[in-house]
Design a protein around this ligand. Structure first.
Ligand code: WT7
Length: 632
């Protein structure tokens, strides 16, 4: 690809160009893609409404860019390698030609059941090739995919399906993840009791379990594909037509549907993948995320396929059947670029070094990290034991809302500084703001991280509620996209992300809003009268969830009540949101206006009670002592 940057000097000059004239810069990058019709205007924007439009008037289909245009030169090249949960099971390989055909067939199945451009389709699936195929099949016909991580509960799935009124659900019989088995289809059946918009369910076979199929609504994929044509023309999409919705948590209310559109997302996914990972034509690339998260969307599927890369998709977990699994997979398939999360590195680090030292890992060229700040110890362990001190590490900072990597080194080109994400990618204009929202321009400072100019894959709205998008991201600091993160900029201008400054908790790289968890706990209204949830540092997960709960009767069986609270959270959201610690309290520290002082609760949860600050203005200062004494 002619947009590949090959030196740090070149990065600097590209960055300068992208600042001098962003529209001109991105128009040049966009020329590298296949457009059915060229765009009329490159960029129109204002952050007030907000309104951002990239490549307006352009027509394209992202799957033609991911698949069709590679067929001539790369038809027999591997597009996808699938590694199953159990290493004894056979892996699967699909060439670009094969993947293209599978996508077209699945797209025809969707059409056969009445799906059309603009319809929303929910995917609740294991990490199997059918998931990759299903995502692309939606994009092929212009249906909007919304992938829900298959670890969320039936109730969380139903909320998402209802919020965007999905017409179809694509799923599977069951899934294997490490030693766990999840009855995926049964979860869908449960969720659909609450959803009236869904007309059709397409089910992939994974576990061969006996599942309940509803006549007239549920169909087996393997039977359906037998009946359809293997050609499917790609639906012409406007650059600003919706490509997908992905739900993510914020400080308030229910998760919101972040909307990405076709043209800008494509350009940024393709460009950022090639440059951050420095992908070369014959490389094998592996991102360990789940496609249920944005990392999987952009850097397992779209980014790699846009570049004609070979992307590896892994069904399992880092520690199954043992802590050497990642390294075994890297050696088995000759992985060149490896992209994972700090929480996985810390979990493996805790298992000692032997499991990694027994693998060669000679193929590795670039290592990536994503999801949360990577601490120094984990960075060094990754660098020394996995990278053998020769593979550069890219610490990639970005968000569901940004669509692609924003601040990161370019593998091997940029200077590295452990725990620092580094410099912004071309086209990205980060700023640090003070309390008043004024830009702090010098280096060696700390502030709120915001972005002052749109890039092609910035979110366009939150589904069905543009006001919420405005309030969450564009209202806090006028004229900026606000990230919700705090950051430092060192003397060399490198960014170091400190973490969220809002009520969002990042557990193992997954985002939860405190309000979301509190609502789940408060739903036990027979037992709970009020709760407050905060994050606290956890050795492996980065952060874990600490819940303070006021009960409405004396707590006689604390373990039983804790189990009920956990069950409520797992039922409403999913296992990944389980509170680690639950402390029963008689009151919460509140200001006179009734606002919970989370800062105090966070300090207590961290075990740091020496610097609680002035608590004398609280409604009931004594409650702080009680909470301190009972801290877990
Ligand atoms: C939040 C976004 C898109 C990546 C997966 C998570 C934190 C993400 C880093 C990093 C420090 C990071 C931020 C951000 N985060 N990457 N390299 N260093 N923090 O996506 O669920 O939308 O969460 O994850 O706090 O705001 P997400």
């Amino acid at each position: 690809m002619s947009y590949r940057i090959n030196s740090f000097e070149e990065y600097k000059s590209e960055y300068q160009k992208s600042i001098d004239d962003p529209a001109e810069f991105w128009a040049g990058i966009a020329e590298n893609f296949l457009w059915q019709k060229k765009w009329d205007t490159t960029l129109e924007w204002e952050f007030e409404t907000p309104k951002v439009e990239w490549f307006k008037g352009g027509k394209l289909n992202i799957t033609e860019n991911c698949l069709d245009r590679h067929l001539e030169k790369r038809g027999n090249k591997l597009a996808l390698i699938w590694e199953p949960n159990d290493p004894k099971e056979r892996f699967v390989r699909l060439t670009y030609r094969e993947l293209h055909e599978e996508v077209c067939k699945y797209a025809n199945v969707l059409k056969k059941h009445g799906a059309k451009k603009g319809d929303r389709i929910a995917l609740y699936m294991p990490m199997i090739p059918d998931l990759a195929i299903a995502v692309m099949a939606c994009a092929r016909i212009g249906a909007v995919h919304t992938v829900v991580f298959a670890g969320f509960s039936a109730s969380a799935l139903a909320d998402r399906i209802n919020d965007c009124q999905c017409k179809m659900v694509l799923t599977a019989d069951g899934l294997y993840r490490g030693t766990k088995e999840i009855p995926v289809k049964a979860v869908v059946n449960e969720a659909l009791k609450e959803c009236t918009s869904v007309e059709t369910v397409i089910v992939s076979e994974r576990t061969q379990w006996n599942v309940k199929m509803e006549e007239g609504r549920d169909f087996w994929l393997h039977q359906e594909v037998e009946t359809v044509d293997k050609n499917c023309p790609a639906e012409p999409m406007d650059a600003e037509d919706m490509l997908f919705i992905l739900y993510t948590s914020g400080s308030t209310g229910k998760p919101k549907g972040v909307v990405h559109t076709c043209g800008g997302y494509m350009v940024y996914a393709g460009y950022s993948f090639a440059n951050v990972f420095q992908y070369d034509e014959s490389d094998i690339y592996w991102c360990t995320a789940d496609i249920g998260w944005i990392t999987g969307h952009t850097y397992i599927l779209y980014g790699p396929l846009l570049n004609g890369a070979t992307t590896l998709m892994f069904e399992g977990v880092p520690t199954y059947p043992g802590p050497g699994r990642f390294w075994q997979v890297i050696d088995k398939h000759g992985v060149n670029q490896f992209y994972t999360a700090p929480t996985a590195i810390r979990a493996l680090m805790a298992c000692g070094e032997d499991h990694v030292l027994s693998y060669g890992l000679y193929s590795l060229k670039v290592l990536g990290s994503v999801g949360e700040p990577i601490n120094q110890e984990a960075w060094e362990w990754y660098h020394i034991h996995v990278g053998k001190e020769k593979s550069p590490i890219v610490d990639t900072w970005w968000q569901t809302e940004t669509g692609g990597i924003m601040i990161s080194g370019l593998g091997g080109l940029s200077p590295m500084n452990p725990t620092h994400a580094g410099y912004p990618l071309p086209g990205i204009q980060p700023v640090l703001l003070d309390q008043e929202g004024k830009e702090i321009t010098e280096n060696g400072v700390e502030g709120y991280l915001a972005i002052k100019h749109p890039w092609p894959s910035i979110l366009r709205t939150t589904y069905g509620d543009h006001e919420r998008c405005k309030n969450t991201y564009f209202n806090t600091y006028k004229g900026y996209y606000f990230t919700g993160d705090g950051a430092k900029r060192d003397e060399n201008g490198m960014y170091r992300i400190i973490g969220r400054v809002d009520d969002v908790i990042n557990v193992s790289g997954h985002r939860f809003g405190t309000a979301e968890i509190e609502n789940a706990i408060n739903s036990l209204d027979e037992i709970v009268s009020e709760s407050a949830v905060v994050g606290y540092p956890h050795d492996i997960k980065g952060q874990a969830i600490y819940a303070y709960v006021i009960t409405n009767k004396p707590v006689e069986t604390p373990d039983k009540i804790r189990a009920e609270i956990i069950e409520a959270v797992v039922g409403e959201i999913g296992k990944i949101a389980k509170p680690e610690k639950i402390q029963f309290v008689s009151g919460l520290p509140k200001t006179r206006s009734g606002k919970i002082m989370r800062r105090i609760l966070r300090k207590i949860a961290e075990g740091d009670t020496s610097s609680l600050g002035d608590t004398s203005t609280l409604l009931d200062p004594d409650v702080v002592d009680e909470i301190k004494e009972g801290a877990l």
